[in-house]
Design a protein around this ligand. Structure first.
Ligand code: GLU
Length: 548
């Protein structure tokens, strides 16, 4: 014990605080019974994966629906993955999707909360106090094995079909005496720190995961590294120290961490700390040529949150979609509560998918269409402006030239068809309505339908413009279309047409189609009467004249 203390002091000469000191500095949180404390613990890579958004959204809901705390902790111990401004990208990026933190780093460089610092690279001293404690207790030791030595052991294990890892007879430095270790350190030899695992691979642990249910795994018997050569802790050890001291109650994280659970449980036991509750989320996956695979940052643009911004899918619609992936009963709830914010939905771990939720772009589009259908035209206009200003400046200038015109245009489908089903993204606004802007109504390729003879078309347009009156109500307007039909030999009465089609050049629907196509180039548009009103007589004449 005395020698362990000498070793610990040699490694950490300046660490004077103890584990107990830190326990007192960060006491149990004063929260109501049942309140959950969760966190989002990303590496600041400057990238938000859709799976990470789902995980942070889930943790946010669990904490806030229980009256608890949701905080952000930046895991920047892997210096290679850290990018400049990565923290702000995370904070701002998640905020856009409605995920906000009660504690943690802020974009101005300050930090909020009494359980910080919330950036791991600023917590080195705390980790060292915990590691020092283990060394004094004889539960951790310095390991001097080089990378080459470790590679050799790994090769040997692979060749002999042994489990890979630093355990049992392979844990060479475990048997070095403390005095020898002291000597080596004094001689300037490089080392890392490993735990002396008390586990036995033949014994099983059983854990109740909140999503996966009962999971049975062998105990950990590997002397895992807890401190790297650079003095920073490994993920496993930082998880122990941070989540214990920050008084986290529930861990939601990707299920790639499930195999590490025996290590984590063991670490908590080594300190006698209360174990945490775990919820391991399955990765969002997609169908790929009949097979199912994880959505990947490399292969799938929809893995990155920036993709949804670029595509102009509103963040709120993305969250609605994620909520359907989060809880299987969300959709049913939403269909009955469309006007309510999704945060009113009572989230439940039990309704989370044990297997991989499948990403479905069509479903996302449909949800987004429903979302747009509930919005007032003015709101769509304002949000669309923000989008176009950033992603399509040219259209932004066209779209905003006459606000009233654009708002009225967005209103047509909303007023006539309830609910509208034409827009799933801001991009769709341009796609659907570009022809309503003269600047974009060039080189039109007219999608004529039944009536294609240019003389017949011109005859219709001429006759029509003579009777068109902007002040007509819809019924009067349609009656005038019928009058033109009668005059030119088209059937104004569909029944009569069906009975004797050969007696006519076409019918009233064919005639209005000619007008529609002449004005827009397209055979499918929102309500023609409304479009005519919006374009105004002068523009109608201009557009008719464009038809060759
Ligand atoms: N930094 C880890 C990651 O990005 C966090 C995992 C966890 O939430 O514990 O995967």
């Amino acid at each position: 014990m005395e020698e362990n203390k000498i070793l610990a002091d040699l490694i950490f000469p300046n660490i004077t605080k103890t584990v107990e000191d830190y326990e007192n500095m960060y006491p149990k949180r004063d929260l109501p019974e049942g309140a959950r404390v969760t966190r989002y613990a990303p590496s600041p890579t400057g990238f938000i994966h859709i799976g990470a958004l789902l995980s942070s959204f889930t943790a946010n809901m669990i904490a806030h629906q229980s009256g608890g705390v949701y905080y952000l902790r930046i895991e920047d111990t892997d210096t290679e993955r850290t990018v400049e401004n990565g923290v702000n990208v995370i904070i701002e990026g998640l905020k856009e999707f409605g995920v906000e933190f009660d504690e943690g780093p802020n974009t101005d460089g300050t930090q909020t909360g009494n359980y910080g610092p919330y950036v791991q690279s600023e917590r080195k001293e705390i980790y060292h106090a915990f590691i020092k404690h283990l060394i004094i207790e004889g539960k951790a030791y310095p390991c001097f094995c080089t990378k080459e030595e470790n590679d050799k052991v790994r090769e040997h294990q692979t060749e002999n079909k042994k489990r890979i890892g630093y355990y049992g007879k392979y844990a060479k430095c475990r048997n070095i005496s403390t005095s020898e270790a002291i000597e080596k350190i004094k001689n300037g030899e490089q080392y890392i720190i490993r735990i002396k695992s008390p586990g036995c691979f033949d014994r099983k642990i059983v854990v109740e995961d909140l999503i996966k249910g009962k999971v049975e795994m062998p105990e950990n018997d590997i002397d895992i590294p807890i401190m790297k050569k650079d003095g920073l802790p490994t993920y496993h050890f930082a998880h122990l120290v941070d989540d214990h001291l920050m008084r986290t109650t529930h861990i939601t994280r990707g299920d790639e961490w499930l195999p590490s659970l025996p290590v984590h449980i063991q670490l908590f036991q080594m300190f006698g700390f209360k174990p945490l509750k775990y919820a391991h989320l399955s990765p969002i996956s997609k169908n790929d040529n009949g097979g199912i695979r994880k959505i990947s940052k490399r292969k799938d643009p929809e893995a990155a949150m920036s993709y949804y911004h670029q595509e102009g899918i509103p963040s709120y619609a993305v969250m609605l979609y994620l909520a359907t992936l989060m809880n299987s009963n969300f959709e049913e709830w939403y269909n009955q509560n469309k006007e309510k914010p999704y945060t009113d939905f009572k989230f439940d771990f039990k309704k989370m998918s044990k297997s991989c939720p499948l990403f479905d772009g069509d479903k996302l589009n449909n949800i987004s269409k429903i979302y747009f259908s509930l919005l007032k035209a003015e709101k769509i206009y304002n949000d669309a402006c923000v989008y176009f200003e950033k992603y399509d400046k040219e259209f932004y200038n066209i779209f905003t030239k006459n606000k009233e015109y654009s708002v009225n245009l967005l209103n047509i489908e909303r007023e006539v068809k309830k609910p509208r089903k034409d827009i799933a993204s801001y991009k769709d606004i341009k796609k659907e309505f570009s022809y309503m802007y003269d600047e974009l109504f060039n080189d039109v390729s007219y999608d004529w339908q039944k009536i294609t003879n240019i003389d017949d078309i011109k005859e219709i347009l001429d006759a029509y413009i003579n009777v068109y009156d902007e002040n007509d109500e819809k019924d009067a307007w349609f009656n005038k279309c019928k009058e033109v039909c009668d005059k030119l030999g088209y059937a104004s009465d569909m029944k009569a047409y069906k009975e004797n089609p050969d007696a006519y050049k076409g019918n009233v629907a064919d005639l209005t189609t000619v007008i529609r196509v002449a004005l827009t180039g397209r055979s499918q548009t929102p309500d023609l009467y409304e479009l005519l009103k919006l374009l105004g007589k002068e523009n109608i004449i201009n557009r008719f004249n464009k038809v060759a």
